[in-house]
Ligand binder design. Structure first.
Ligand code: NAP
Length: 283
């Protein structure tokens, strides 16, 4: 068996094209979605993520503004900026690129963004809405993963989904979204004993650990759906996932690659949330 590869890059292209049409119509009706991205410091990875977000916004027709601040920016300065953006009616989405420098408390920043402009879906109010299955901004990476699974009509109901990783931005929310889809969910993390047993039980395996080739082929249940969220730079300078692709592809039914897998979908769902924010604001 050789897995069908789910290219997030291809799906992202299709969805971005659809959104481009949608934004064209919105603009004709006087609605111009606008995203403000705040970047603090000059971390090369953060700069590259931000550039990817701006490129996607430009393509779709979402107005995007980058506010780049020096790495010495204080928490008070950042909170004052967020307050200003919260009150600016032209701004629909506010994204503060993480991680932040040590002098700034990440959670305070997340909580300062108005929930109606929290297009990352990290605000506790929006997380609470996700848990209680109310309409909200879903966190972009989990939302992207769910969209990839649905694009292949993969049955989730009653399936055993095993999530490796329990971060607030990926592991925990993706498990919750799968639970909302009637999957039975198991979370694994660094303290989980005998993790390979759990991996081998997974109908749907989501790996978000951040360790190159953490999951090998012999762990996988034949026919499993494997979503590789990890992005790891290895010795030769290339990017690779948390899954040993060549081995796992021989056992899985579906597998996502790295790159061209989950990453492009994360950015796409950010755009989707920004359009949703603009629509809600116009009501
Ligand atoms: P994170 O906050 O570092 O969380 C990693 C998780 O993995 C933690 O829950 C940790 O467990 C668990 N873990 C670490 N070592 C483990 C081990 N030996 N066995 C089992 N579990 C272990 O990372 P994250 O932000 O969720 O990101 C995970 C990966 O996804 C990274 O490579 C990141 O770059 C990538 N990522 C990609 C996208 C995308 O759009 N493609 C988006 C976000 C993240 P504990 O909780 O016990 O410490």
């Amino acid at each position: 068996m050789s897995a069908e590869i789910i290219y997030g890059s291809e799906l992202a292209k299709t969805i971005r094209q659809e959104m481009k049409e949608e934004v064209k119509t919105l603009r004709q009706n006087g609605i111009v979605p606008k995203l403000v991205v705040v970047l603090i410091g000059d971390d090369p990875a953060s700069k590259s993520y931000v550039a990817g977000k701006q490129k996607a916004a430009d393509f779709i027709g979402i107005e995007s503004e980058l506010i780049a601040l020096p790495s010495q920016t204080t928490q008070a300065e950042l909170l004052a900026l967020i307050d200003q953006l919260n009150h600016n009616e032209e701004v629909n989405g506010i994204l503060v690129q993480l991680p932040l420098p040590d002098q700034i408390n990440e959670q305070s920043v997340i909580e300062a963004i108005h929930p109606d402009k929290d297009v990352d879906g990290f605000h506790p109010i929006n997380i609470g809405k996700m848990l209680t299955q109310q309409k909200t901004f879903l966190p972009c990476t989990p939302y992207g993963i769910l969209t990839m699974l649905k694009s292949k009509n993969i049955e989730l109901k009653g399936k055993h989904a095993v999530i490796i990783g329990r971060s607030h931005i990926v592991g925990k929310p993706v498990g919750q979204l799968l639970l909302n889809e009637d999957a039975t969910v198991t979370y694994c993390h660094s303290k989980t004993k005998d993790i390979e047993t759990f991996i081998s039980m997974a109908d749907i395996l989501i790996v978000a650990v951040g360790r190159a080739h953490f999951v090998k082929g012999d762990h996988i249940k034949p026919g499993a759906v494997v979503i590789d969220v990890g992005v790891n730079r290895i010795a030769d300078g290339s990017l690779t996932g948390d899954v040993l692709f060549d081995e796992v592809k021989e056992k899985a039914a579906y597998l996502t690659p790295v790159p061209k897998g989950v990453g492009p979908m994360t950015i796409t769902m950010l755009m989707k949330n920004t359009i949703q924010a603009a629509r809600e604001a116009a009501k």
